[in-house]
Ligand binder design. Sequence first.
Ligand code: NAD
Length: 290
Amino acid sequence: MNIAFIGLGNMGGPMATNLSRAGHHVTGFDTASVTVEGVTNASTATEAASGADIVITMLPNGAILRSVANGIIPEMKPGAIFLDCSTVDVDSARSVADQANAAGLLPLDAPVSGGIGGAAAGTLTFMVGGSDHAFAKASPLFEVMGQKAVHCGKSGNGQAAKICNNMILGVTMIATCEAFALADKLGLDRQAMFDVVSTSSGYSWSMNAYCPAPGIGPKSPADNGYAPGFASELMLKDLRLSQQAAEAADADTPMGQAATDLYQRFVEEEDGKGRDFSAMLPRFESRGWG
Ligand code: NAD
């Protein structure tokens, strides 16, 4: 297939390389000049997208997605797939899908879970909104870039699944970090804490797969000075999306709101910006009760 890949950052770069290694012809565009293995650079997004069988976008937010979509949709081949893998608000996903449908394209919103490790290893999970036909056509690409693709229903439902998942992630990471800081102060060894919780009812992905304590559990950003990984500001972005969606849908999400408030303080007033979202642990370590 001729694939255009727009947004070749931490996630998009390795995803595009995996598609190229699988034998696809990949043309890429990113506003930052980047060189990505297996990807031929185009000078504009439109140049990359025109003539492509499938256009994949992996961009920072909904406003940028809308602006890129406005530029490329009129230039895309009728019947081509517009596969957006960015994490954006549900409204942007549905509006871009409407625009793509009206132009005779096959839109899919397919945000991912698995982080930069999953992008490089080709083990992402895709949460997909859009038609059965579009999902079936894109499935071979999901198999290259990921290990699982769940069809969640109509356009926008992939984003709905993603922001609900990441609301749980933000809340469990905070809970895991504050529990480690409490365990420290109670004199409990961190390895013992991990050995108990990771096999007891407090287990979670945050504890078991991405342990925020350095030197404990599988290798994680904590073992690399909390370099992201998944930056705190991206966690904040996703929590804001879940709270925005909760408000629009009239859903009560008090833990999601508490996590949003804490990550906002961490990023905007403390030292969280540019650090992995698991750096909540040193934040709690340096604080006391009240
Ligand atoms: P990133 O900032 O590394 O990459 C985004 C890229 O988009 C950058 O290279 C940037 O130059 C480019 N870009 C910005 N505007 C552009 C435009 N108009 N045209 C073309 N390129 C443009 O971010 P990332 O970590 O790769 O994340 C991308 C998306 O994936 C985000 O929506 C993020 O929320 C989501 N996501 C990230 C992770 C993660 O662990 N990093 C995990 C899951 C989902």
